[in-house]
Ligand binder design. Sequence first.
Ligand code: FAD
Length: 425
Amino acid sequence: MATYRLASGWNQCLPRRQPHPPLGENLNVDVVIIGAGFTGIACANRWQALDPNAKIVLIDASEIGEGNPGRNSGFLLEIALAEDADPSNLSTMAEANRLTRAAMGTLSDAVSMFGDPSDLHRAGTYRAAASDVGLSSLAKYETFLKAAGLTYRRLSASELKQELGTDFYQAGLYSPDCYLAQPAAVIRALASTLPKTVQVYENTQALSVTPFAGAWRVQTPNGRLTCQKVVLANNAFATQLGFARSRMAAIYTYAGLTGPLSQRKLAELGSNPDWGLLPTHRFGSTLRRTHDGRLLIRSLHDYEKEREVSSIERALKLRLQRRFPQLNPIEFESIWGGAVGFTLNGGLVWGELEPSLYASCGCNGGGTVKGTLLGQLLAEHALGYEVPDVLALFGDASWMPPEPFRTVGFHATSLWQGWQGRHER
Ligand SMILES: Cc1cc2nc3c(=O)[nH]c(=O)nc-3n(C[C@H](O)[C@H](O)[C@H](O)COP(=O)(O)OP(=O)(O)OC[C@H]3O[C@@H](n4cnc5c(N)ncnc54)[C@H](O)[C@@H]3O)c2cc1C
């Protein structure tokens, strides 16, 4: 299923929005883009700009703001994720970062035009370690930042306590190269930049994508789209349509957001009123304090299956309370899950997968800004423009073993890595 059990807490903070009606007829068009997320909207915008006569349809299984683009933690990184940082490959990384920063401009322009300035600001990001495993990955990241000439600040445990109000961590780094967002507001703003000529259908899930008489057919619950070109911009769910199954899997992760905390509780937090912190271990937890006084935690991972609701709240609360015991009891206003397109080597599923079928999937947990860039480049590529060598810059997803070996492998790796990173959870 491309929809989730629980509503996005970010989207619930916003006023209700009137979605575009679902598709209810059969249409013949030039291009169908599946997924109105960062990737799909950016692709539609660029495609229409380059080919104004193209009849483009953009469909989404959910409502804009309610799907995965509106349920992430809102870190819009201008540079590579720490996990992808490679000090031995600085020129490639510098080019990837240059392109990513340019794509960030697309998102800030969208928010300036159609959003509220508080929905997106360049607050930077902390990364912090609670154990030796985290400290060693922090040291590696610092080596990369230094070699790449990127600005950062080192923080001791007491500085982290003073700024963030938690003594959970032993050390940290602060990097300014990140925006913090209200993600549901940002994706709504990005969708508002679409030209009227792009036909959008929400609550319209692609059920199948099949070749048909030299063209493609996209079947949805109440209508069929026949098109010359089709774009898979539905990330983790492309495999459900039968594509990239040997290279990508869906990993579910979960978030909990409190309501605005009382002034008394806020006074027990640190001096920084608006921050984000990324973990130094794959199984660690992401944290945010928002400008309106809420706390967010993102943690936990499941392979290909969304977890039972009852256990999510308990686990997230425990992890948040461990970091902020002074705030007990902590209650969430909302909790939710979302799926990330995961590849074994962190590479992408990108390009023309089959004649006239294009894909940009496999975000690996960091595809808001990168997705925007890759969607734009995919449109250029499909229209025959010369584009940078995306797979050389961001990696090409490697082969994954088939089932049942893949599930067994994932659980074994999770157990091992989860144990290694147990103090970072
Ligand atoms: C809890 C959580 C926290 C995260 N935090 C961050 C973060 O802080 N920073 C960051 O960069 N990334 C983060 N991510 C990942 C981030 O959400 C993705 O990288 C980003 O949204 C990718 O954008 P996208 O447009 O490529 O794909 P997606 O956001 O996955 O969008 C795909 C769209 O396709 C639609 N769709 C799926 N299947 C179908 C179908 N069959 N038919 C029609 N439509 C379909 C979906 O409804 C969705 O709107 C997080 C993810 C989760 C789950």
